[in-house]
Design a protein around this ligand. Structure first.
Ligand code: IMP
Length: 206
């Protein structure tokens, strides 16, 4: 059977962040058809009360999959900065306060990092993915990309903290690097590679 004759997996992503949906669809390609909860406006908002990325991914995947049939996948992700004791971490989306923009969150990180020398600007993005069906988690995946923070915004690509994060081995931020590179090396890409392997294994064991 050719790749294109295989029926794509229908995956509902438990997010309203369309940047995540876009990246995940790009990374999975023909393997999956990815939609997100913006197409289901009546679904409940899941509160991210967990204390880890994994716990929040599980809350979102299970919470949404109770209400819709089929596969639900949730991505909980964020930036950890060593010099800030791991902040913003699980609070990445609301670091500057509820409802604040990506830019406001990023500027707050830059402000807190003001004056911190280059060698102490290590950071990483982390991503936890939970795959659920009918309210139960079926599998968990995770990914990390190490890097460092620069002192000002560079680049317009991507989203969130991308314009201040330089992945290890590169000299440009995720905001400057091509979509193709980010989607190959990012925390989300690493977690999705695990998902792809897992899915293949399930298919082979059928
Ligand atoms: P979540 O929706 O609670 O998982 O929050 C994720 C937040 O982490 C986003 O709003 C961004 O601020 C940040 N984040 C996660 N992944 C990325 C990424 O790939 N690039 C830049 N920022 C990211």
């Amino acid at each position: 059977m050719t790749q294109s004759s295989i029926k794509p997996i229908a995956l509902l992503l438990a997010t309203r962040n369309q940047h995540k949906t876009y990246e995940i669809q790009k990374m999975l390609g023909e393997m999956a058809h990815v939609t997100d909860v913006t197409t289901f406006p009546v679904l409940p908002e899941i509160e991210e009360t967990g204390l880890t990325f994994e716990a929040n991914a599980i809350l979102k995947a299970e919470g949404i999959s109770l209400h819709v049939p089929g596969w639900v996948i949730a991505d909980d992700s964020g930036l950890e900065v060593d010099a800030l004791g791991g902040e913003p971490g699980i609070y990445s989306a609301r670091y500057a306060g509820p409802g604040r923009s990506d830019l406001e969150n990023t500027l707050l990180v830059l402000k807190k990092m003001d004056g911190i020398p280059k060698v102490q600007r290590r950071a990483r993005f982390r991503c936890a993915l939970a795959l659920a069906r009918e309210g139960k988690t079926v599998a968990l995946f995770d990914g990390t990309v190490e890097g460092s923070l620069i002192a000002e915004l560079e680049g317009e690509r991507g989203f969130g903290y991308d314009p201040i994060f330089i992945p290890q081995g590169y000299s440009e931020t995720f905001g400057q690097l091509s979509e193709e590179i980010k989607n190959r090396i990012s925390h989300r890409a690493c977690a999705l590679e695990q998902f792809k392997e897992w899915w293949k294994e399930q298919e082979n064991n059928k």
